[in-house]
Design a protein around this ligand. Sequence first.
Ligand code: PSU
Ligand code: MN
Length: 308
Amino acid sequence: MKAFNQFLEITPEVQEALKNNKPVVALESTIISHGMPYPDNVVMAKKVEQIIREEGAIPATIAIMDGKIKIGLSDQDLETLAKSKHAIKVSRRDLASVIALKQLGATTVASTMICAEMAGIKFFVTGGIGGVHKGYEQTLDVSADLEELGQTDVTVICAGAKAILDLPRTMEYLETKGVSVVGYQTEVLPAFYTRTSDIKLHLHVENVQDLAKIVHAKDQLKLKGGLLVANPIPEKDSLDGDYMNDIINRAVKDSVKDQIEGKDVTPYLLKKIVEETQGKSLEANLALVYNNAKVGALLAKAYMALQK
Ligand code: PSU
Ligand code: MN
């Protein structure tokens, strides 16, 4: 475990696991507070934890509560976050103030990576990462998630990135920052709702043992920064690409019309998409997160086995 930090509050279960080199998997909380509607969000949060346990790892959902970074949440904490209308979406920028002012904060990919690294957790499961937004030439909207992947030493398991983003530019940005994007049983970048996109990956692996070896080598080389594992949504849960692109493009247009800016952009788009697909996108989102939870837990286990 990493050095003591007065703002870290790690549950006894997670502490014990870290101390004894058991596999631990971090989970974010913005996906709960700003990524999905209630009560689907709390069902998702609990089920993801359950899947990670079933695969033999310990889940650690992360949020900011009562002036602390909580690593591991109770069912009551999850319920509070899922129901809250005023939870703050916390990225790197917001971390210090939300802690200092004792606000309720939900962590994004960026801030979950920071908190996981503080606690000594090496693996983190989510749905999709933030990235370079469409129309970024005008707005300069690039998610802080990409910067974090460039500098913070946590492996993130996701289902690729959503087509609400400019996917080719997101990949270019990651390449510049030195982030390896590894396809898990796929040679192309999955696009969240769909298993494929036009973007060929520089690297893919067929099993979690190879992923674990890559993380291990990266550690030994003391290379800073994250690793991104792109795990496609299961075939049976995937949605039609053209259908989704239509809906996404309309949502992006609406966001411009409604003058949505800054950190409100992604939650706005996610909400629109759920509405426009009458919940179909939500079903797909749940399925891909569960699938990522399984792979993340297996990877954390394979990595710990290499340490012995
Ligand atoms: N993409 C999703 N669901 C989400 C998010 C992204 O499909 O819930 C959340 C994640 O927490 C991610 C954040 O880190 O949005 C990115 O926000 P922004 O684009 O403002 O950096
Ligand atoms: Mn942004």
